[in-house]
Design a protein around this ligand. Sequence first.
Ligand SMILES: CC(C)(COP(=O)(O)OP(=O)(O)OC[C@H]1O[C@@H](n2cnc3c(N)ncnc32)[C@H](O)[C@@H]1OP(=O)(O)O)[C@@H](O)C(=O)NCCC(=O)NCCS
Length: 442
Amino acid sequence: MSQGPAIPQVPAATTIKPTDLRGILKYIPRFRDQIFVIALDGAVVADSNLLNLLLDIAVLRSLTIKVVLVHGISKQLTELAESCGVTLSNADGTGVTDPATLDLAVRASARVSHLVLEGLTQNGLKCAITNAIRALPTGVIKGVDQQGTGKVHRIEKDTLGHLIAADIIPIIQPIGFSTNGHTLRINSDLLAIEVAEALGATKVIYLSTQEGLVIDGDLKRDISVQTLTKVLDQAPHTIASSARSKALHSVKGIESGIPRVHLIDGRIYDALLNEVFSSEGVGTLIYGNDYQQIRQATRSDVHFIQSLTSSGVKREELLSRDESTTENNIEPFYVFEIDENIVACVTLQFYPDRPDVAEIGSLYVMPFHKKRGVGRKMVEFAALRAQERGAKQLIALSTQNPTFFTSVCGFEESDKSSLPSARLKTYESNGRNAKVLLRELK
Ligand SMILES: CC(C)(COP(=O)(O)OP(=O)(O)OC[C@H]1O[C@@H](n2cnc3c(N)ncnc32)[C@H](O)[C@@H]1OP(=O)(O)O)[C@@H](O)C(=O)NCCC(=O)NCCS
């Protein structure tokens, strides 16, 4: 009889409390019917946290998020080779796959898929292993025949689409089939991205035994694809070699249109749910274009903007506004989102009598996300928008952080004579005596 994975023993790193369900509810309309490709390394499938992870996947399914599972096999393949006394030509599907390695890869794949099938069944989920991955032999690279190693040729989207529509989770092995039906071994990091691209998934979530993406010893909580591309081009050695493949494939995936890729430690209890449903996350989020994260606020954001800025108002860093004032004047607000969570806001005001001037205000960055370039990005975004609308000068009024504008964002200290007349009136009546800062827009 098959021995399922052991009862999970891993202690909770961070736990979602039942009260957080209210918080989770807000994600339901945003994530409804989206496809998440979840890529499990073989080492994660072997870990005692697997059953918790599959339970988390059941939670995602219950929230109408469509899930496709891709799994790796390196750990099991290496163990199998050791027990059989076989020397592997390559363990991760990126180098040569000789016939003995291919044979063991098929066996390891069957074992890993079975563990996943078993765990999903225990959580009441329907699932199926498919032959939806059509592959071509990688061929000869730098004079070396890669033998049984393959690259993705085509993904049978219809097959996967039918399964997903029938509420069946496709389980994708790191194995493809050539046009004549022969088996080829495919790297699972690459495969997850290819599947996500083909299905138009909104996320790839890599679950490995690493805490996230560590660059130069520093765990990145979020990183833009531009910054990561630069690191991969100029200093690839600063990324641990074990994470480089995922970093490279994440960049490829985002460049081809997948909005977000997450790297998280699949051994941590609740990591998956915390990453998806909290603004702070537990691993690393890799995201696309910097300014794509900034959008105009809508009325449904009002409550969140109020609670975001309330501590800034208490400390008199920001001017107080009540909820209905914000709601009736939502148009100038822009919000910065990280993975669907608002983490910062800013306003951009225009004055009919002074079309050459725009004012940036209510700039607030959530404490956890400070010092990561969000504030600067919001200011640069506002400057671009102001310029597009024909403004020649951007003004900011600040009581407690004028040096942020002057030393970081290129503003200079000015005086109240720079203010449009309507703004001058409120400036004089509110008694805050904020510093007037001005930046010429070129
Ligand atoms: C000021 C604020 C918007 C900065 O946001 P942020 O996302 O942390 O800023 P960034 O990460 O883009 O920039 C950080 C840089 O600004 C510097 N910085 C932040 N506040 C500063 C200040 N008051 N004076 C000088 N430099 C400051 C940081 O030291 C850092 O410099 P570094 O990159 O050389 O390390 C944020 O701290 C905040 O929300 N403060 C409370 C509200 C507020 O005062 N708003 C402005 C008035 S409208």
